[in-house]
Design a binder for this molecule. Structure first.
Ligand SMILES: CN(C)C(=N)NCCC[C@H](N)C(=O)O
Length: 255
C-alpha cells in the first residue's frame, strides 16, 4: 500500500518533489510487504506471524524486497497524478490556482479531477506494481552458494521474464483491478483533503503546514479504507499468472 506514497499526497494544490515520497516509501515498504503477503499467501496466521516468519527466513532484507522499482517510478507516477489533477481542475473550474483561493472549486469538481488523476496514474503504475508484488512474494532467503536461485533475480529480470513468457500484456496483469481501485479512491482522497483543509483554514488563506499534514494523513486513511477490497483482488490477480491459478477475470477473482 503505498501507504508509502501517501506522504507525498499531502498538498494536492501544489506539485511536490519526489523527495518526501521516496522517504515515505522506504519507511512504509516493510508494512506493504506484510500486507501483500497476507493478501496473497495462506501460510501466515496474521500480521505478527508474517513479520516473525519473514524476519526468521529472510532477515530484515526480506521486508524490503521489491522496493527499487517503486522508488524509481514514484516521481513519475506522482507527477502524473498531481499534474492531471491540477489540469483537470483548471479545465473544470476555468480558474487558476491563485484564483481558486478566493473561489474554491466545488467538491464535485475536486472529485472528478481526483478520479481523472487516479485513472491515468494507475495505467502508468500497473507494470511497476506488478513487479513489486511478484518480488515481495518471493520468500526465499538470500541466495547461498549452491542453492537454487529464486525465480526472479531482481526487478529487471522479473520484467524481462514476464515479458518473455506473456508478452507486453503480461506486464499489465491486474491493471483493471488497479484502475478500479485508484479511480474512485483518489477522488475520495482529494475530496477528504480539501474538506479538512477548508474546515480548519480561514477563507482566502492557505492551509498551515500542520493542517496539510493532518488533512493528508486522514485523506490517506479514508482513501485506503475504501481501496482495500479492490487492493486484495488486484494483488491476487497479479500473482495468479505465476501460480497457474487462472482467474477468468476480475469478477471471477471476486467470487
Ligand atoms: C488511496 N490509493 C488507492 C492510493 N493512494 N493510490 C495511489 C497509490 C499508489 C501506490 N504506489 C500503491 O499502490 O501503493
Amino acid at each position: 500500500m503505498t501507504g508509502a506514497g501517501e506522504s507525498v499526497i499531502n498538498n494536492p494544490g501544489r506539485r511536490r518533489a519526489s523527495g518526501p515520497g521516496a522517504l515515505g516509501l522506504v519507511l512504509g515498504h516493510p508494512f506493504d510487504t506484510v500486507k501483500v503477503r497476507l493478501q496473497t499467501q495462506t501460510t501466515y496466521q496474521g500480521i505478527i506471524d508474517c513479520m516473525v516468519k519473514t524476519y526468521r527466513h529472510e532477515s530484515l532484507l526480506g521486508f524490503f524486497k521489491g522496493m527499487s522499482f517503486p522508488i524509481v517510478s514514484i516521481a513519475v507516477v506522482n507527477s502524473i497524478l498531481f499534474g492531471v489533477y491540477s489540469n483537470a481542475l483548471l479545465v473544470l473550474t476555468a480558474t487558476s490556482h491563485q484564483e481558486r483561493r478566493a473561489q474554491p472549486p466545488s467538491y464535485t469538481h475536486v472529485f472528478i479531477a481526483g478520479c481523472t488523476g487516479g485513472f491515468l496514474q494507475a495505467y502508468c503504475l500497473a507494470p511497476f506494481d506488478l513487479i513489486k508484488v511478484r518480488l515481495q512474494n518471493q520468500t526465499e532467503p538470500r541466495a547461498q552458494p549452491g542453492s537454487p536461485p529464486p525465480r526472479y533475480q531482481g526487478p529487471v529480470h522479473c520484467a524481462a521474464s514476464i515479458f518473455q513468457a506473456e508478452g507486453p500484456r503480461g506486464l499489465f496483469r491486474g491493471a483493471w483491478a488497479l484502475t478500479l481501485r485508484d479511480t474512485p479512491t483518489l477522488g475520495i482522497y482529494f475530496v477528504t483533503y480539501e474538506w479538512l483543509c477548508r474546515q480548519s483554514t480561514p477563507d482566502g488563506q492557505n492551509p498551515s503546514s500542520a493542517t496539510v499534514l493532518v488533512a493528508g494523513g486522514f485523506a490517506g486513511i479514508t482513501s485506503w479504507v475504501t481501496a482495500t477490497p479492490l487492493d486484495v483482488i488486484k494483488s491476487r490477480m497479479q500473482m495468479a499468472g505465476l501460480e497457474q491459478r487462472a482467474y477468468r477475470g476480475l469478477l471471477d477473482c471476486v467470487h
